[in-house]
Ligand binder design. Structure first.
Ligand SMILES: NC(=O)C1=CN([C@@H]2O[C@H](COP(=O)(O)OP(=O)(O)OC[C@H]3O[C@@H](n4cnc5c(N)ncnc54)[C@H](OP(=O)(O)O)[C@@H]3O)[C@@H](O)[C@H]2O)C=CC1
Ligand SMILES: O=C(O)C1=N[C@H](C(=O)O)C[C@H](O)C1
Length: 270
């Protein structure tokens, strides 16, 4: 391991994204795994990170305490569960360590904790770290600004059967981008459930629908449905490396920044 490598702690190293991150860290220039965690009842605790993620031995034990994982780290990346983000974030604030948050499904309370922590440490937070989705967010905002409410907006997302939160963080961000383009508040126009006698579609609403099944990595489509035509803007992720590479890029970008809450749009200069 080169002495000058950026040491990255991975919170949730044994998960789907954690394993992809190990590959992305190996691929990137001058980055190395500096610490790793899993849940307190994980079967991987105490083992070397390579046992959970594959590849050569790294001499990085998997801890349950995020503070221990931060001892040799200069930046952290969190892909865990919403409640774990809160604990990981507090450890980063204590250690004055920047953090990239990829976890989705946080409630208002955790979002407020993140905003407060960003006054003390630099944070990148994004529900989707891929270049493609971040460009899609811009395209959706533009389309929504150009097409009036004669075009009904629907957001569809599909994910693997193990995903815990719905709609996906990305779907909500796409809905927010559409609302921004229309100059309305998503919370006031979002339709999250339809069942039974729903009545006609409220003009200007933004609908969400969710598929869960199999091993779908992540599909998102925003449809603008008018009379006689439809525009569909779609992103399909086929490999978690697309997210993991973005997260490592965010970690590299974050090192040495001043405290603040940054987005992937900031990292990618979009
Ligand atoms: N921003 C983005 O680009 C992307 C975001 N995501 C989001 O990332 C998150 C993780 O996804 P994914 O990797 O598929 O999930 P997994 O369930 O595969 O992995 C979760 C990881 O978190 C660990 N973990 C669970 N609970 C805790 C806890 N209380 N404390 C510490 N660690 C814990 C697990 O450890 P163990 O299982 O060993 O006990 C595991 O390593 C989700 O919120 C998902 O929506 C996913 C893809 C892309
Ligand atoms: O849980 C996942 O898998 C994914 N979650 C993110 C989300 O909620 O938007 C991003 C990606 O689509 C995969």
């Amino acid at each position: 391991m080169a002495q000058h490598s950026l040491q990255i702690a991975v919170f949730g190293v044994s998960g789907r994204m954690g394993r992809a991150l190990l590959t992305a860290i190996d691929e990137a220039k001058a980055t190395a795994l500096g610490g790793a965690t899993a849940s307190s009842n994980s079967r991987w605790l105490g083992k070397d990170a390579s046992e959970a993620g594959g590849g050569a031995k790294r001499n990085v034990p998997i801890e349950s305490d995020p503070a221990l994982a931060l001892r040799n780290a200069q930046v952290a990346i969190d892909f865990t569960l919403p409640e774990a983000t809160s604990v990981n974030l507090a450890a980063c604030v204590r250690a004055r360590c920047p953090i990239v948050i990829g976890t989705t499904g946080h409630d208002e309370a955790v979002r407020a904790e993140i905003a407060a922590a960003a006054r003390q440490i630099p944070i990148v937070m994004a529900p989707n770290m891929s270049l493609g989705v971040n460009l899609l967010l811009k395209l959706v905002e533009l389309a929504a600004a150009k097409l009036d409410a004669d075009y009904d907006i629907e957001v569809f997302e599909a994910h693997h059967r193990n995903k815990k939160d719905a709609p996906s963080g990305t779907a909500l961000a796409l809905g927010a981008a559409a609302a921004q383009g229309r100059d309305v508040k998503l919370a006031e126009v979002a339709e999250h459930a339809r069942h039974g006698n729903t009545g006609v579609r409220p003009r200007g609403s933004i609908g969400f629908s969710v598929f869960r099944g199999g091993d779908v990595v992540g599909d998102h489509t925003v449809t603008f449905a008018g009379i006689g035509e439809r525009i569909e803007l779609t992103h399909r992720a086929s490999d978690r490396l697309a997210f993991a590479r973005g997260a490592v890029k965010a970690a590299q970008w974050l090192a040495g920044r001043t405290p603040g809450l940054y987005s992937m749009q900031d990292v990618l200069g979009l």
